[in-house]
Every structure is written in C-alpha cells, then in structure tokens.
Design a protein around this ligand. Structure first.
Ligand code: AHR
Length: 514
C-alpha cells in the first residue's frame, strides 16, 4: 500500500513539473524617450525589373485585366489595404540607366530602352513619370524617386525635379502641363543615385560624396524652402567606411537620409531554392536576416558621431530574402516564391526596424510585385498575396505609433551547434491608446512560451492574429492562394493580469491590447 501511495505522489510531482512550461518574460522599460515608429519603415519598392512593372503593376489600358489607366485594380486594392506609406521607383540598378524624358509624352513616340541589368529586355517606356506618380495617387502613397547619377547629368536630374514639382512657369513645368498634368505632384523623397559603389557607377565613397554635393546643390523643391528629402546612396551591408565617408564629407543640411542595402542571402554564388530548402538552409537564412540588428546598430552609431540629434534618417531602401529564381523563369527577372521562411524573415526584420525607430525612419522591402521577396505575385489575370504580405498587413498597426521599449532574454534556437535568438519582439502604442505587440518565433521545431505583465501596460483585454502553417516551405499558389493567411490567435490565457502565450514554431503573431 505504502509503495502504491509513493508511486502516486511521484506521478503527481512529475505531472506538475511537466505542466510548468519554461517561459520567457517580456518586460517594458521606461518609455519617456521612446521615438515614434515612422510609417515610412513600411515602404515598398517597384523597379523596372522582370515582371514588377510590366505585368505586375501595369498592364496597359487596353488590357482585359481590370485596370485604371493601365494599372491593375486588384494590385491597387491589395496595396491600399496594406497602407503602403511610400513607393520607390524606377530602381534599383535600373535607375542609373533611366532617362526620364524618354517616359513622358504620347506613348507611341517614346523611344525604347534596353534593360541592361535585368535580362537585357527591350522596354517601350510606356510606364513613365506620369504613370508612376498618378499610380501613387491611386495607391494613396508617397512617391520616392531614385535619380540617375551614374549615367545621367545634374541638369537632367534637376529638370526632373522641376518637371514634377514646380507650380510656376518654367520650361519643365510647361512641358508637364502640355503632357496633361497641371498641378505638380510635389515629390519630397529623392534618391541621389543608387548603389553608387556598384551598378550606380562603381564609385569610391569619396568620389560619390563629391558627386552628391554637386547634385544636391541644384536639387530643390522650387518653393525656396528647400524641403525635399535628399537621400544619399548608402552602404552595401557591412561597408561602414561608406557611411563614415558620407557623414564626414556631406554637410548635414544637404542630407535627409543615408541609405543602406542589405539582402538575406546565404551565399551569393549559391543562393538556394525558394521553396525546396532544408532546415539548415532556413537556419542560415535567418542567421543572415538577424544580422540586420548589428548592421543598423553600427551604421547608426557612425551617424550618431556626426549627427547626434539624429536629424538624418537611416533609410534601408532595399532589404529582403534573395534566393535562386524559380526554375524555368528568366534568371534576370528575379522571380521567386514566398514561403513561411519569408514570413518569419519579414516579421523579424520589421521588429528590428521598429526597435531602431530613432534612426531607421524609412525602409523599402525589395520588391513589391513579382520580384524577390514580393508581397504580391501575378500570373496574367490572377493575383495572390504572399505570407510576407500578410505579415506586413499585421504590422501596419505600428505605423506612426509610439515605440514601447522592451526587455527580453530570448531562448535559443540551436541547430548543428550554432544558435540564434529564437524570439523577436517589438511593440507600440497608437494614438488611440491601443497597444500592439508583434512576436516572432524563429525556432523551426519548438514552440516558445512568453509571459507579459499586462498591468505594466494598463491592458485589460487582448486579441491576436497569427500567421502559421505546418511546414516551413508552405506557400500560396495560384491554385491555392489562401493556404497561408492570418487567423485569429487563441493560444493565450490571462491569469492575475499576466498574459501567457505559446508561440508555435516559425510563426508570427500580433497582439492588440486595450
Ligand atoms: O533589387 C534588385 C537589385 O538589387 C537592385 O536593382 C539593386 O539596387 C540591388 O543590387
């Protein structure tokens, strides 16, 4: 009998041990000095590359695909729902080959251009300045134009600024009116070249800084207030010398932002497949993606030396996962599918940007439609929303909200003797007092449990949305476009003001508390 009782007690003890999950506590720090998360962190990128513009955004006004002035209505509706704050155009590498005057006036008179960087295809310039800026109005988004410094001239760029921005009488504004647009578009965001260290002209940082000063001197919004935002072509990944040289040599009043480009690539020679990847490849992709934390920290620290008041923004105007193109597609078109790996990558990266909102005030996912980590894929008349789209939509609540400073000691995700932080979190409070907390579990196998003290945040009730699936490689296809979509998240309980939630492996959650 004694033996039976002992076994029973042992089982009971064990039972309680097993039900006590290891949990990670997320706590909130003093928030007085926290910045606002600039909505422009949620920007997008549209380059003349593959099927991004032609077939993606633009089908022409004679297409049987429903469109407004040639722009697909389905794409516009989906992007409006995402509340995209800005859209960068026309490149990328394409920008430094683009001569904007070829893309205005009657379409039948426009010269062609050979897209030397992307597949060598010949374009008819049917999507030009008016088409793009009118499309931005349709999307209710702010245009971000990338000027041609590599193969253009100062005169060509300042003519473009005058063409789109000047309301008075001038040669360029007269031309704009003749082409059917009376009011200027008043474009504020201007990139002064792209990747000047590479496809933008293979310049040294010193040489580019001199070129920038020259271009920026003549670029104005033509209102005598000079309030356009000029953005310098920035560093490639860890090129800290580039940022240092730009910051040292360009006067602060000429610089609105300094760019940074970083793609999560496991190996530039062998990027790996978009869908058929193994767990070790997923791990390596996430290793690369999480390096964004170190990059923005170190580039920001350099900027702090020259600009302690943080007037100049760090603009990560190209980021995302980059894999080998989908089999059977043009290698120059950079078309790839988008899986749960991309959802995790997007959530983790956006958490990094949110948490660095004091300096990272603009970013552009590369790219918007049919290229790299796209939020939308199209196939003739059909369109699908990718897992990355759904993450961007879940995160739009952070746009212009006040960052909440967080402290977390993440558990590790370990594979083959290497480790990564398994959890990534960011949070904000919007102007209506709603708190949003976005959490990513990077671990591919293990669910992680998190505890948040709601009393600290003055929250009484919580709801949540999750993106999850059974396999990392899962994705939406044109035949099954809703395999992955957000669902209501119920995996939490509130006990004595403490929220305990279990985040499934490779999933992204956004909670709303009030
Ligand atoms: O996004 C694809 C290309 O990557 C861009 O054109 C270029 O700026 C970068 O190298």
């Amino acid at each position: 009998m004694k033996k039976v009782v002992l076994v029973f007690v042992f089982l009971l003890c064990n039972q309680s041990i097993f039900s006590q999950k290891e949990s990670t506590v997320i706590s909130f720090k003093n928030n007085e000095s926290a910045p606002i998360i600039n909505r422009n962190i949620y920007g997008h990128f549209a380059e003349h590359l593959g099927r991004c513009i032609y077939g993606g955004f633009f089908v022409g006004d004679t297409s049987k695909i429903p469109n407004t002035n040639g722009v697909r209505n389905d794409v516009v509706a989906a992007l409006k729902d995402l509340k995209i704050p800005n859209l960068r155009w026309p490149g990328g590498c394409f920008a430094d080959t683009y001569h904007w005057k070829d893309g205005i006036g009657p379409k039948e008179n426009r010269p062609t251009i050979v897209n030397q960087w992307w597949g060598g295809v010949t374009e008819d310039n049917s999507f030009g300045t008016h088409d793009f800026l009118n499309m931005c109005e349709l999307l209710e988004t702010e245009p971000y134009l990338a000027g041609n410094v590599g193969s253009g001239t100062v005169q060509e760029l300042i003519d473009w600024v005058q063409y789109v921005n000047f309301s008075g009488k001038s040669p360029m504004s007269d031309l704009r009116v003749k082409n059917g647009r009376k009011e200027p578009w008043k474009v504020k965001k201007w990139g002064v070249g792209n990747e000047a260290w590479g496809c933008g002209g293979n310049m040294t940082a010193d040489y580019y800084a001199g070129e920038y000063r020259k271009y920026a001197t003549f670029m104005t919004d033509w209102s005598n207030s000079d309030n356009i935002m000029r953005i310098a072509s920035g560093a490639n990944s860890v090129d800290y010398n580039w940022t240092e040289t730009i910051m040292k040599n360009i006067p602060g009043n000429m610089l609105g932002g300094v760019a940074l480009h970083y793609y999560s690539v496991i190996d530039w020679g062998k990027k790996g497949e978009d869908v058929n990847f193994a767990e070790d490849i997923y791990f390596k992709t996430m290793q690369q993606a999480l390096k964004m934390e170190e990059l923005v920290t170190k580039h920001s620290a350099i900027m702090d030396k020259y600009d302690p008041k943080k007037n100049i923004a760090l603009v990560v105007d190209e980021w995302g996962g980059w894999y080998d193109v989908e089999k059977g597609t043009n290698p120059g078109f950079l078309y790839q599918q988008n899986t749960m790996r991309d959802a995790v990558l997007a959530g983790s990266t956006l958490n990094i940007f949110n948490n660095h909102a004091d300096r990272v005030r603009m970013a552009n996912l590369a790219q918007c439609v049919n290229v790299l980590q796209a939020v939308i894929l199209t196939d003739k008349t059909r369109m699908l929303l990718t897992p990355t789209y759904h993450v961007m939509k879940m995160y739009k609540v952070h746009q212009d909200a006040k960052l909440l400073l967080i402290s977390i000691n993440s558990p590790l995700y370990t594979l083959n003797g290497e480790s990564l932080p398994a959890l990534s979190v960011s949070a904000s409070k919007d102007k209506n007092g709603l708190v949003h907390i976005s959490l990513v579990n990077v671990d591919s196998k293990k669910a992680n449990t998190v505890v948040i003290d709601l009393n600290e945040l003055g929250i009484k009730s919580v709801s949540g949305i999750i993106i999850t699936s059974s396999k990392l490689q899962d994705h939406n296809t044109f035949d099954n476009p809703t395999k992955i979509q957000p669902a209501v998240f119920k995996g939490f309980q509130i006990k004595k003001g403490k929220l305990e939630l279990e985040i499934p492996p490779f999933s992204v959650i956004t909670l709303e508390g009030k």
